[in-house]
Design a protein around this ligand. Structure first.
Ligand code: TZP
Ligand code: MG
Length: 233
């Protein structure tokens, strides 16, 4: 699966890892963490680099893709279309202040996956109109991983339910993100559904896996809870 292949890949968003190399525990390398997380059941990876220079970002993206291909797991690039194209990633994830969705679509091949961060229902409506493939809803809880202190940046479970209601009747998938840990995962999965039962397709985490001394176990626990939730009729 690359942005140059033909069909748009189907993505399983169940356990979505967003990278954060700065959170790695002492003694654990990025590639060790990534490979362990993949063995534990991560289903999609977003390479998120906030301080790396372009060359370094590209090399991390390529390294990530090389490892994730072995597990048949798609790789998305945070924000940078140039890095996505140069590395052969499966798509990008954009925030509300990044490249607008419509412009990103024009620049990327038609089979590229594009995800958008949404904090409120206006964002969701715009993302639907712009043809997003999936949405990252949140931050659902406060988190130390990203500055979400601005008013309106933490929709919580009830704000996420409102956003999911707008997604009803569309094929756009969604994950919740922000402060999700194994201890609150069941609450997120069960709590986040619209009044008509439209729920999440998965959850995204940074620190729960990246900061763990045992990323494989962390990913396994998330995957297990997610799969038992998905098996509920
Ligand atoms: N977008 C919204 S919250 C967040 C991002 C990238 C950070 C989530 O990190 P964590 O460690 O899973 O709370
Ligand atoms: Mg961004």
């Amino acid at each position: 699966m690359t942005v140059t292949s033909q069909a748009k890949p189907h993505v399983d968003y169940s356990v979505y890892l967003v990278t954060g190399r700065e959170l790695l525990p002492r003694g654990k390398t990025y590639t060790e963490c990534l490979e362990e997380a993949l063995k534990g059941g991560v289903t999609v990876v977003q390479v998120r680099e906030k301080t790396a220079e372009t060359g370094e970002f590209l090399s991390i993206a390529r390294q990530t893709i090389e490892i994730c291909r072995r597990y048949n797991v798609p790789v998305l690039i945070n924000d940078r279309i140039d890095i996505a194209l140069a590395s052969g990633a499966d798509g990008i994830h954009v925030g509300q202040t990044d490249m607008p969705l419509a412009e990103a679509r024009k620049l990327l091949p038609p089979n590229a996956i594009i995800g958008v961060s949404c904090n409120n229902i206006e964002h969701v409506k715009a993302a639907i109109a712009g043809g997003a493939d999936y949405l990252g809803l949140g931050s659902i809880f406060p988190t130390n991983t990203k500055d979400v202190t601005e008013p309106g940046r933490i929709p919580g479970i009830s704000g996420t339910q409102d956003m999911l209601a707008v997604l009803e009747g569309t094929t756009i998938q969604s994950v919740a993100i922000g402060g999700i840990k194994i201890d609150n995962l069941a609450r997120v999965l069960h709590g986040c559904s619209s009044p008509n039962g439209h729920g999440l397709d998965g959850i995204a985490v940074v620190s729960e896996i990246m900061a763990s001394p045992e990323p494989r176990i962390a990913a396994e626990r998330l995957a297990k809870t997610c799969s038992s939730w998905k098996s509920v009729p």
